[in-house]
Write a protein that binds this ligand. Structure first.
Ligand SMILES: [Zn+2]
Length: 71
């Protein structure tokens, strides 16, 4: 699993900082959030994430069918 950096908002530094020990949590209201600590100062931080982005059903443009050459 890739060690991706999650950016969160640090309320202490009032800046966007990388989140350490980030883990996804599900809140009571069913929303998802990432919880962790600020890698810079250690303040607890949380970042809301959109629950599984509904896969946009993108219908690919119908491929142009090559004209069938009538014999
Ligand atoms: Zn911080």
């Amino acid at each position: 699993m890739a060690d991706e950096v999650i950016m969160g908002y640090c309320v202490k530094e009032k800046a966007s900082k990388p989140m350490k020990d980030a883990k996804e949590v599900t809140l009571k209201n069913g929303k998802h959030a990432m919880q962790g600590v600020c890698a810079s100062c250690g303040t607890k931080m949380m970042k809301f994430v959109s629950a599984k982005k509904a896969a946009t059903t993108s219908t690919p443009p119908s491929a142009p069918t090559p004209p069938t050459v009538a014999a």
